[in-house]
Design a protein around this ligand. Sequence first.
Ligand SMILES: Nc1ncnc2c1ncn2[C@@H]1O[C@H](COP(=O)(O)OP(=O)(O)OP(=O)(O)O)[C@@H](O)[C@H]1O
Ligand SMILES: [Mg+2]
Length: 260
Amino acid sequence: MDETMAKALIRTEGLGRDYAMGDSIVHALRDVNLSIAAGEFVAIMGSSGSGKSTMMNLLGCLDTPTSGTYFLDGEDVSKLDTDTLASLRNRKIGFVFQGFNLLARTTALDNVQLPLMYGAFDRVERRRRAELALREVGLAERMDHHPAQLSGGQQQRVAIARALVNRPALILADEPTGALDSHTGLEIIAVFQRLNRAGMTVVVVTHEPDVARFAGRIVRFQDGRMLSDEAASAPDDAAVVLAAQAAPLPVPSGIAEAVG
Ligand SMILES: Nc1ncnc2c1ncn2[C@@H]1O[C@H](COP(=O)(O)OP(=O)(O)OP(=O)(O)O)[C@@H](O)[C@H]1O
Ligand SMILES: [Mg+2]
């Protein structure tokens, strides 16, 4: 194994996923060879039906491939049974979805603690970790709110805190800004960028070029195949874009004089 392979957090070889539909077979994913190193921020793009969610489900150990191999953190996980996959998933992967997927009758704090219920931590430690994760996404003041008492952007922050709380190796987000207005979406991307700079590996599926421009690498799918894989030389900084939007527009001097 050469050094680049040893460092890959994600490595797929000839990964494929077929679905049987009556008499026919849908090739949702075909022969995908993709390596992602720890610490990368990757955007996955492609038109509807191109295989993005199928790929994310495989990367997230929510599904197993029909063909090919998937190495997660050096371990071949393509043929593990569902229980082993579930435990691996809980330890190594945090998920963020378009629809937030929070429990409605449960506070932000309890939603975030949920992934810790299967672990070895006691009640005090679970609470401490959940509070820390909520603080990391800027929600220290909203811990006791229920999802209905939070804005869409705040709900997605709770979902990100929940994804973070187990300190996973990888965060997978499928259209995390799809249900948000563009400004709120940008705030969510800024959270991902901040986490990524702190060392978290982030893979985001998106339709929006306005989201992908903040990633370090863009992988495109078409008809179940990987179409392209490009590194961005200088991805935009979402925090900088947000700050520029918040700054008042400079008043042209002529107008300032007329008003003054
Ligand atoms: N459970 C399933 N059974 C049969 N076919 C499926 C199933 N899931 C997905 N497919 C098919 O596999 C292909 C890829 O679907 P996938 O959900 O990965 O696309 P996508 O790129 O995520 O699209 P979108 O942008 O609309 O979310 C599509 O043709 C879809 O119809
Ligand atoms: Mg999808």
